[in-house]
Every structure is written in structure tokens, then in C-alpha cells.
Design a protein around this ligand. Structure first.
Ligand code: ATP
Ligand code: MG
Length: 371
């Protein structure tokens, strides 16, 4: 078992800008960390540096406290599962699993034990004699994960392992990877650009943007308390709504002046003096906006229904508020005909304020309530 540390690790490809900037990250022994971010933000580069497939331009990688910068990938005690898992088409499932072990000189009885154990964990025992073309996509994916398991590594690295699967299989494999972590109790670092995987899989999620970690924490903590507009917009589907405006002080309250409306901010929302001189954006998630026709002045965002997406379990009501489009998530059967006037009342404890220029959070962040 081993944790992973990155100490100011940087990667600049020849002729390119830095793909990963001075990144420091501690992954504890047995922890399950998900790195999430948009395409090109440096996720694969980071994993490949941990695996030893890419050399850091600067900084140090440690596995189990041991610096590994000069250590060959095969001697790092890690196993990586790639997006384009190449399983050998001409070999049976058994041989696909055993191949790497034989090459490493693992004795046949020991290799056989590990192959059968991994197959048992993944529920592919009955498929060991088949060739990959006779497997479903999900079964092939299991074989790819199995090849990592048989190595009994100290650390698993997953690079978007589910992105080739259809939506239903992805959900199923997501659950299995979570159970796998519970069962193996091994350190796992999982990379994805899928925010649902990030929210559901990890004990900790690190949101990456352009080669940097913008925020890291327990998934719900990051969701509830985004440090930046980027994080707020990245986690959540549909994403958080953002309304441009400015802040003003009245005698008793802080007021947000949006385009065509004024909203009194809740008492508990504290903002520094500098925020009053800046263009800002007010952020509120779709599930935190309810329509209340009786809402008092300065407690709501006015608008009109543009269209409704009925999803069966809920509906997404798109509301036009001046030029801004806002989405409000509601109970499936509440009526909201197109054109209907809306008074969208935000849940006061769920509002966020960001600087319009840098996207950094302006209001003091709340603590996530512990039940
Ligand atoms: N071998 C390379 N040579 C030059 N530039 C590279 C190389 N590999 C990656 N890059 C660049 O480094 C940046 C980070 O790439 P990386 O593959 O790490 O992104 P990613 O977050 O994994 O993206 P995706 O979600 O699309 O897989 C990108 O701008 C990419 O073009
Ligand atoms: Mg990648």
C-alpha cells in the first residue's frame, strides 16, 4: 500500500506551453481521488508522470514516500487502465490477464491464482476461455481492469476508463469501480472529464483547469462551496446560473443590482469592501430557485418561462430574465406554461458571488452542514 505525492511537478512539452504547472498534491494511502477537468487541462499528462511514462520538467513524484523520478514504470508498483484499453484480440481472456505476469516471471501457479482471483472479483470467471471479440463492451472493460488487478499494484491509475462505454454501462461500471476500491483498499487516482463520475466516485475530487488544481475537497463540499466560477460551472448539470451585476449598500442590507432587478442579499452573506467597486456575478444552482408569485420586492429574480424540458422525474424550466437565461429545476408536475411570469426566489443560503473578471469567489464561503 502506498500514497502518492506530487511536489511542484511541472510538465512542459517541447515547443508547447506548460501542460501541468507546479502542481502539488497529496494522495493518502488507500484514498480514492478523482481528477476532473475539461479536455486538454493536463489530466493524462499528470497520470503519465506518476506512471513514469512521461518525465516531469521540474518537481518530484513520490510513491509510498519514495522518490520515483528516475524509476522505470515497471518498477513503480502501479497499474494504469487507459481509455483505449488495448486487450489482445488473438488471446483468450485468461491469457490477456496472465500475459503481463508471465512476462514478469511470476511463477505459473501464482499467476493462475491471481488471474482467477481477479476474474472472481470482476465477475468474469465464466469468460476466461473466450476471445475479446466474443465479449460485450463492458466485459472487455472488465478484462482491462482485471489486467491491472492481477499486478496487485500499490496504486491504480485510471484514465477515463469508461468513456468508450454507452451511458447505461458507464453507470454500471461506475458502481463496480467504487465497490472495487472498497474491496481492494488500494490507492486509486481516477481521471475523467465527466462531472457525474467525479461527484459519485471519489472520496475527494480535484477540479483541474489549464494545468492547475482549482479546488480539491469532498465532492459535496466542492459542489456546495465552489472556490471559483470555473468550479461552480463545471460541477453540476445543468450548471449553476450566473447573473451579471454590481453590489450596492443600502442602509441595512447589501443589494445586488442585476439587469432589470434588485435583490437584497441575505444577512449571512458577507462580502469585503473591495467587492463594491467591481462588476460581479451572482451564482445560483437550478435546484435552488423556486417560483413564488407572492414574493416580496427585492427577494426574487423576475422573468418569463421560455421553455420547459420535462424529464419525467423533474422538469427544467428555462426562464428569460432580460437577456439572461436561467434554469430552474422543479418537481415534475408543477405547471409552467411558456410566457408565464416568474418570480424566482433563490434559497438564501445557496447564493454565491464571483468577481466578473477573475471568477474568484467574493463572499465568505459557508461550511457544508454536517447532518
Ligand atoms: N506529447 C505531447 N506533445 C505536446 N503537447 C502535448 C503532448 N501531450 C499532450 N500535450 C498537450 O498538453 C495539454 C494537456 O494534455 P492532456 O492530454 O494531459 O490533457 P487531458 O486533460 O488528458 O485532456 P483529455 O480530457 O482530452 O484527455 C494539451 O494542451 C495537449 O495538447
Ligand atoms: Mg486525457
Amino acid at each position: 500500500m502506498a500514497g502518492v505525492s506530487l511536489a511542484k511537478v511541472r510538465k512542459t512539452y517541447p515547443g508547447g506551453a506548460a501542460a501541468v504547472h507546479e502542481m502539488s498534491l497529496e494522495i493518502a494511502d488507500r484514498e480514492f481521488v478523482v481528477l476532473v477537468g475539461p479536455s486538454g487541462c493536463g489530466k493524462t499528462t499528470l497520470l503519465r508522470m506518476i506512471a513514469g511514462l512521461e518525465t516531469p520538467t521540474a518537481g518530484e513524484v513520490l510513491i509510498g514516500g519514495r522518490p520515483v523520478n528516475g524509476v522505470a514504470p515497471k518498477d513503480r508498483d502501479i497499474a494504469m487502465v487507459f481509455q483505449n484499453y488495448a486487450i489482445y484480440p488473438h488471446m483468450t481472456v485468461y491469457d490477456n490477464l496472465a500475459f503481463g505476469l508471465r512476462r514478469r516471471g511470476v511463477p505459473p501457479e501464482e499467476a493462475d491464482r491471481r488471474v482467477r482471483e481477479a476474474a472472481g472479483i470482476l465477475g468474469i470467471d465464466a469468460l476466461l476461455d473466450r476471445r475479446p471479440r466474443a465479449l460485450s463492451g463492458g466485459q472487455r472493460q472488465r478484462v482491462a481492469v482485471g489486467r491491472a488487478i492481477v499486478r496487485e499494484p500499490k496504486v491504480f491509475l485510471f484514465d477515463e476508463p469508461l468513456s468508450n462505454l454507452d451511458a447505461r454501462l458507464r453507470v454500471e461500471m461506475r458502481k463496480e469501480i467504487k465497490l472495487l476500491h472498497r474491496r481492494l483498499q488500494t490507492t486509486m487516482l481516477y481521471v475523467t472529464h465527466d462531472q457525474v463520475e467525479a461527484m459519485t466516485l471519489g472520496e475527494r475530487v480535484c477540479v483541474m483547469n489549464a494545468g492547475r488544481i482549482e479546488q480539491s475537497g469532498a465532492p459535496l463540499e466542492v459542489y456546495d462551496n465552489p472556490a471559483t466560477r470555473f468550479v461552480a460551472a463545471f460541477l453540476g448539470s445543468p450548471p449553476m446560473n450566473f447573473l451579471p451585476g454590481r453590489l450596492r449598500r443600502s442602509e441595512t442590507r447589501t443589494l445586488f443590482e442585476g439587469r432589470g432587478f434588485v435583490l437584497a442579499l441575505p444577512e449571512g452573506m458577507t462580502v469585503g469592501a473591495e467587492a463594491f467597486d467591481l462588476p460581479v456575478e451572482l451564482g445560483v444552482r437550478p435546484e435552488d430557485l423556486a417560483d413564488d408569485p407572492q414574493a416580496a420586492p427585492q427577494t426574487f429574480i423576475p422573468g418569463a418561462v421560455e421553455l420547459v424540458e420535462a424529464l419525467g422525474n423533474e422538469q427544467l424550466v428555462h426562464v428569460l430574465c432580460g437577456e439572461a437565461r436561467i434554469i430552474s429545476r422543479r418537481e415534475a408536475h408543477l405547471r409552467a406554461p411558456p410566457g408565464a411570469a416568474q418570480r424566482l426566489v433563490p434559497r438564501p443560503d445557496r447564493l454565491c458571488l464571483f468577481r466578473a473578471d477573475s471568477g474568484s469567489r467574493l463572499d465568505a464561503r459557508r461550511r457544508t452542514p454536517t447532518p
